[in-house]
Design a protein around this ligand. Sequence first.
Ligand code: CP3
Length: 345
Amino acid sequence: MSKIFVDACFGKETPYTPVWMMRQAGRYLPEYMAVREKAGNFLNLCHNPEMACEVTLQPVDILGVDAAILFSDILVIPDEMGMDLSFVKGEGPVFSDPIRTQEDLERLVGGEEAANKLTYVYDTIKLIKERLSEDKALIGFTGAPWTLATYMIEGQGTKTYNICKKMMYSNPELLHAILRKVTDVVKLYMEKQIKSGVDVVQIFDSWASAIEPSKYDEFSWKYMVEIAHYLKAKYPHIPIIMFPKGIASFIERGFVYGDFDVFGVDWGTPMALAKEKLGEKYVLQGNMEPCRLYSKEATTECVEALQEIMGGKRHIFNLGHGILPDVPVENAKHFIDECHRVSKK
Ligand code: CP3
């Protein structure tokens, strides 16, 4: 059975424009909170295929989104490379042992050995595929090497990225060595997700905007191009979505090379500008400002405006970043219904 979501990723005509939301399996859903409670904490939930499968399917059942996204986190990669990850309440992810030197890097497990440790992710994918309705797609994902490296080097989220950027300008060889090791794991990790059954993959470069435009290619884009090239050569039927967040200021420099099918547009980039600069090469995904979900009127206004700009062609509805934990479920449902309503042919 063909999946509307996969067809849309390849720019084919679909009966309506499909929609999903970044972070759609998460804390705004009481059903998610109940499973997380049972698991004890967030990482236990990621490690338990039965529970991770359950929360992956929740937004499909509750909201009627057109694609499920694997429930996991981008940071399970460095965790399985041997770093010590924990999620501290109120502070987000923390690594107690950040990578600051060549010796730190050498301590990390790489390649096939690291990718093989993520078996709970592959098991989760297989379970989801048994239970997900055939007309819906399953999205697998990874963090971009740059975004992963920011957490590995800083040891936590950061506002200034000063430790990574000090490395970028004073020891670029070390930063490249870290990015190389991560890229090699990510290629194999994504390949194993595909072999386990994901229908689409998305690469999150959430901290793209932390790099000055003239350095973006060297420290982030070229590694993602390498990952996409590796996957496309072997799995041309699997669409690849690229989401570099916060790139409006350097959209001109062109993101126009690379084997990506879909470009995820963040909420700070006007969709009309994205269409003009990138719309010929890529199907565009996005890009409602997530806080519009607090108001049904503001949501409808944006969905109608996006439909007007994209005209139901080469478009996938989504938010321009993740849904926040205090959004009412009925407002999220309203967003999904409105996307379907305005785009129905
Ligand atoms: O529904 C989905 O989108 C699938 C699951 C998913 C999660 N994280 C679950 C999660 C995905 C795709 C991610 C990706 C992710 N993780 C990114 C890239 C996307 C983005 O938002 O930019 C990043 C940067 C991370 C790292 C991360 N994980 C942070 C910074 C945090 C804490 C911030 C927060 O929202 O609390 C997490 C934790 C996390 N990952 C949660 C979820 C549902 C919240 C954990 C909880 O308390 O239950």
